[in-house]
Ligand binder design. Structure first.
Ligand code: THU
Length: 133
Protein backbone atom coordinates (compact mmCIF):
# COMPACT_ATOMS: atom_id res chain seq x y z
CA UNK A 1 0.00 0.00 0.00
CA UNK A 2 1.16 3.51 -0.79
CA UNK A 3 2.88 5.44 2.03
CA UNK A 4 1.77 8.88 3.26
CA UNK A 5 4.96 10.31 1.72
CA UNK A 6 4.11 8.80 -1.68
CA UNK A 7 0.52 10.05 -1.45
CA UNK A 8 1.78 13.54 -0.60
CA UNK A 9 4.09 13.41 -3.63
CA UNK A 10 1.07 12.64 -5.83
CA UNK A 11 -0.75 15.61 -4.29
CA UNK A 12 2.26 17.81 -5.04
CA UNK A 13 2.33 16.60 -8.66
CA UNK A 14 -1.42 17.26 -8.97
CA UNK A 15 -0.93 20.79 -7.66
CA UNK A 16 0.96 21.57 -10.89
CA UNK A 17 -2.37 21.31 -12.74
CA UNK A 18 -4.03 23.99 -10.61
CA UNK A 19 -5.83 26.74 -12.47
CA UNK A 20 -5.65 29.60 -9.97
CA UNK A 21 -5.16 32.91 -11.83
CA UNK A 22 -7.21 34.86 -9.27
CA UNK A 23 -5.81 33.76 -5.91
CA UNK A 24 -2.45 32.47 -7.20
CA UNK A 25 -2.85 29.87 -4.43
CA UNK A 26 -2.36 26.38 -5.84
CA UNK A 27 -3.63 23.24 -4.12
CA UNK A 28 -3.21 19.54 -4.91
CA UNK A 29 -4.92 16.55 -3.37
CA UNK A 30 -4.51 12.78 -3.68
CA UNK A 31 -7.33 10.56 -2.46
CA UNK A 32 -6.54 6.93 -1.65
CA UNK A 33 -9.29 4.36 -2.27
CA UNK A 34 -9.67 1.12 -0.30
CA UNK A 35 -8.44 -0.94 -3.27
CA UNK A 36 -5.27 1.18 -3.61
CA UNK A 37 -6.44 3.35 -6.49
CA UNK A 38 -5.48 7.02 -6.15
CA UNK A 39 -7.48 9.92 -7.58
CA UNK A 40 -5.81 13.30 -7.71
CA UNK A 41 -7.23 16.78 -8.03
CA UNK A 42 -6.29 20.44 -8.15
CA UNK A 43 -8.18 23.68 -7.55
CA UNK A 44 -9.91 25.17 -10.57
CA UNK A 45 -10.93 28.81 -10.29
CA UNK A 46 -13.45 30.82 -12.28
CA UNK A 47 -13.98 34.50 -12.99
CA UNK A 48 -17.28 34.08 -11.15
CA UNK A 49 -15.37 33.22 -7.95
CA UNK A 50 -18.10 31.12 -6.34
CA UNK A 51 -17.96 28.66 -9.21
CA UNK A 52 -14.37 27.69 -8.31
CA UNK A 53 -13.67 24.17 -7.12
CA UNK A 54 -11.19 23.07 -4.48
CA UNK A 55 -8.56 20.40 -5.10
CA UNK A 56 -10.07 18.01 -2.56
CA UNK A 57 -13.49 18.07 -4.17
CA UNK A 58 -11.99 17.71 -7.64
CA UNK A 59 -10.32 14.48 -6.47
CA UNK A 60 -13.44 13.32 -4.61
CA UNK A 61 -15.80 13.98 -7.51
CA UNK A 62 -13.45 12.30 -9.98
CA UNK A 63 -13.43 9.21 -7.75
CA UNK A 64 -17.16 9.04 -7.05
CA UNK A 65 -17.98 9.65 -10.71
CA UNK A 66 -15.82 6.62 -11.56
CA UNK A 67 -17.67 4.44 -9.04
CA UNK A 68 -15.16 4.66 -6.16
CA UNK A 69 -16.81 5.46 -2.85
CA UNK A 70 -14.62 3.82 -0.21
CA UNK A 71 -11.61 5.79 0.89
CA UNK A 72 -8.72 5.42 3.33
CA UNK A 73 -6.99 8.78 3.29
CA UNK A 74 -6.26 12.02 1.48
CA UNK A 75 -3.03 13.99 1.11
CA UNK A 76 -3.28 17.74 0.62
CA UNK A 77 -0.63 20.34 -0.20
CA UNK A 78 -0.85 23.94 -1.28
CA UNK A 79 0.79 27.30 -1.31
CA UNK A 80 1.05 30.70 -2.90
CA UNK A 81 2.32 30.30 -6.48
CA UNK A 82 2.54 26.57 -5.76
CA UNK A 83 5.29 26.99 -3.15
CA UNK A 84 4.53 24.80 -0.14
CA UNK A 85 5.22 26.65 3.11
CA UNK A 86 2.54 25.85 5.69
CA UNK A 87 0.21 22.90 6.12
CA UNK A 88 -2.78 23.43 3.82
CA UNK A 89 -5.89 22.42 5.74
CA UNK A 90 -9.14 21.77 3.87
CA UNK A 91 -11.99 24.26 3.85
CA UNK A 92 -15.25 23.48 5.60
CA UNK A 93 -17.05 22.70 2.35
CA UNK A 94 -14.49 20.04 1.43
CA UNK A 95 -14.61 18.56 4.94
CA UNK A 96 -18.37 18.21 4.64
CA UNK A 97 -18.14 16.84 1.08
CA UNK A 98 -15.66 14.18 2.20
CA UNK A 99 -17.77 13.28 5.25
CA UNK A 100 -20.40 11.78 2.94
CA UNK A 101 -17.97 9.03 1.95
CA UNK A 102 -15.65 8.60 4.92
CA UNK A 103 -15.74 7.29 8.45
CA UNK A 104 -14.10 8.74 11.54
CA UNK A 105 -10.88 6.73 10.98
CA UNK A 106 -10.22 8.27 7.54
CA UNK A 107 -6.86 10.04 7.59
CA UNK A 108 -5.69 13.44 6.34
CA UNK A 109 -1.99 13.97 5.53
CA UNK A 110 -0.32 17.36 5.18
CA UNK A 111 3.18 18.52 4.39
CA UNK A 112 4.86 21.86 5.05
CA UNK A 113 7.83 23.53 3.38
CA UNK A 114 10.31 21.74 5.65
CA UNK A 115 8.93 18.30 4.79
CA UNK A 116 7.24 17.93 8.17
CA UNK A 117 4.23 15.65 7.85
CA UNK A 118 1.08 16.08 9.91
CA UNK A 119 -1.72 13.54 10.07
CA UNK A 120 -5.20 13.81 11.52
CA UNK A 121 -8.22 11.53 11.64
CA UNK A 122 -11.50 12.64 10.20
CA UNK A 123 -12.82 12.92 13.74
CA UNK A 124 -10.16 15.52 14.51
CA UNK A 125 -10.79 17.46 11.29
CA UNK A 126 -14.60 17.49 11.42
CA UNK A 127 -16.16 16.21 14.63
CA UNK A 128 -19.95 15.89 14.78
CA UNK A 129 -20.36 16.25 11.02
CA UNK A 130 -23.83 16.57 9.53
CA UNK A 131 -25.23 13.24 8.35
CA UNK A 132 -28.69 12.24 7.13
CA UNK A 133 -28.05 8.57 6.34
N1 THU B 1 -8.62 25.81 -1.98
C1 THU B 1 -8.56 24.47 -2.18
O1 THU B 1 -8.33 23.99 -3.28
N2 THU B 1 -8.78 23.67 -1.11
C2 THU B 1 -9.07 24.10 0.15
O2 THU B 1 -9.39 23.31 1.02
C3 THU B 1 -9.02 25.53 0.44
C4 THU B 1 -8.90 26.44 -0.71
C5 THU B 1 -8.41 26.70 -3.14
C6 THU B 1 -9.64 27.44 -3.55
C7 THU B 1 -9.06 28.63 -4.26
O3 THU B 1 -8.82 28.30 -5.61
C8 THU B 1 -7.72 28.86 -3.56
O4 THU B 1 -7.45 27.67 -2.84
C9 THU B 1 -7.71 30.05 -2.62
O5 THU B 1 -8.77 29.99 -1.73
Amino acid sequence: MITPEELLKKAEDAMQGAYAPYSDFKVGAALLCKDGTVFTGCNIENSAFGVSNCAERTALFKAVSEGYMEFISIAIVGGKKGKIEDFCFPCGTCRQALSEFTDQTFKFYFKDGEDNIASYTFEEILPHSFDLL
